[in-house]
Design a protein around this ligand. Structure first.
Ligand SMILES: *Cc1c(COP(=O)(O)O)cnc(C)c1O
Length: 420
């Protein structure tokens, strides 16, 4: 046999996803398979729904994962509510705003976009003014733009959408589980999360939640299949049939309801992984988890700046889970990344579009977001930059992070916040 058993190198992953997975999640994934209608399995499905309501901070009836990567959750949400010609407004401030646009256009929406320069976010007033002008059925927006390291405040937009009876769909793939996403308080109607980012579960599922405003649209668009669905279903079907089978939320919610109407075969091992990832989040507590992400982000930023590097983007709207660093002049950013990976086993990310070759993106997400990783990265980056002839403040980076952690230790002597 020319193929050896699978063997992968040990990596320290400091990208905006996929990130390192907690060993307890990996262990859960090797749990034996159960049949999809086995009560032992359906009770796990119900537990996951309950845990997702905690994660999203919602009382919504519907909170379950879509099988597929994060964009599968985005597609399921959008294809299930967009009818041919529906007006959708998309405020774009980075790459993933374009993904929302592309998906909405494919599903036949009449899309209006407004754009902000990469590295900043929208003043909510500007979005609200545009909503009044366009009068869309749906506003779709990204919460945390991994491409620029910026985070859009959503509270005012949520309130305005509710008052104007507009549906608000939010891509919270990069923020869920790493920083606050308060679905009910911020009045978000449909929200999509991701697993391979701050949940520290492998890529392959997209947890979503949506409220009764969205459910009403979904039910009006139900495809009536003879022999499976009831007469009541038939009476409610007044809208255009949802054009996707795999992403049809009306069928998916029947599968996740006590009716357990067959749709796809649930991704057994991924569900085990998601359940364990969510259990670990509940064990840590959301607020402690957000504080941990903030702490390591602050230590990283302090280290990078002490080294003499500069950060990209408007700091007032910085995404706590991604830090963007301006690549110093006269150095090949890709060569630095390659050396970090080859010599130190550390991965950081490059960037897209207008920022390609201009910034590195460093993720502090989930299980990857811990002290040893921050200190390893700062130490290795210093060595690699010196090797590349970049003039930096030698010996300052890790020290600045260490003193940030020292300060934290003193502070936490007076509080009960737990940091790993
Ligand atoms: C990563 C990411 C996605 C896409 O996720 P996939 O799992 O690759 O489909 C979408 N939106 C945002 C904001 C992301 O960071």
């Amino acid at each position: 046999m020319k193929f050896l058993p699978l063997q992968t190198p040990n990596r320290t992953i400091m990208t905006p996803g996929p990130v390192e997975v907690d060993p307890r999640v990996l262990q859960a994934m090797s749990t034996p398979i159960l049949g999809q209608f086995d009560p032992a399995f359906t009770s796990i499905m119900n537990e996951v729904m309950e845990m997702l309501r905690y994660l999203f901070r919602t009382d919504n009836k519907w909170a379950f994962p879509i099988d597929g990567t994060s964009r599968s959750g985005i597609e399921a949400m959008l294809v299930s509510i967009i009818e041919q010609g529906d007006k959708v407004l998309i405020p774009i401030y980075g790459r993933f705003g374009y993904l929302l646009t592309e998906i909405c256009e494919r599903y036949g929406a009449d899309v209006t976009t407004i754009e902000r320069e990469w590295g900043t976010v929208f003043d909510p007033e500007d979005v609200i003014r545009e909503i009044k002008k366009v009068q869309p059925k749906i506003v779709a927006i990204v919460h945390g733009e991994t491409s620029t390291g910026c985070m859009q405040p959503l509270e005012e937009i949520g309130k305005a959408c509710r008052e104007m009876d507009v549906i608000l769909v939010v891509d919270a793939v990069a923020t869920i589980g790493g920083t606050d996403v308060n679905v009910d308080e911020w009045q978000l109607d449909g929200v999509i999360g991701g697993t391979q980012k701050c949940l520290s579960v492998p890529s392959g599922m997209a947890p979503i939640t949506y409220n009764d405003r969205i459910e009403k649209i979904v039910l009006s668009r139900k495809k009536v299949e003879r022999g499976i669905r009831t007469e009541l279903d038939q009476q409610m079907a007044t809208g255009q049939t949802i054009i996707s089978n795999y992403f049809d939320l009306s069928q998916l919610q029947d599968y996740w309801s006590p009716r357990r109407l067959n749709h796809h075969t649930e991704a057994t091992s991924m569900l085990y992984a998601l359940r364990e990832g969510l259990r670990l989040i509940m064990e840590e507590g959301l607020d402690n988890r957000f504080a941990r992400h903030r702490l390591h982000e602050r230590a990283l930023m302090a280290g990078l700046e002490a080294m003499g590097l500069t950060l990209f983007g408007d700091k007032r709207f910085k995404l706590p889970t991604v830090t963007c660093v301006n690549i110093p002049q006269d150095v090949d950013g890709e060569s630095v990344r390659r050396m970090l990976l080859d010599e130190f086993g550390i991965e950081i990310a490059s960037s897209f579009g207008p920022l390609h070759g201009k910034i590195w993106r460093i993720g502090t997400m989930g299980y990857s977001c811990r002290k040893e990783n921050i200190l390893k990265l700062l130490t290795a980056l210093e060595a690699v930059l010196i090797y590349h002839g970049v003039r930096i403040n030698r010996g300052e980076g890790a020290q600045a992070a260490l003193s940030m952690y020292g300060k934290q230790r003193k502070e936490s002597a007076f509080s009960s916040v737990v940091h790993r």
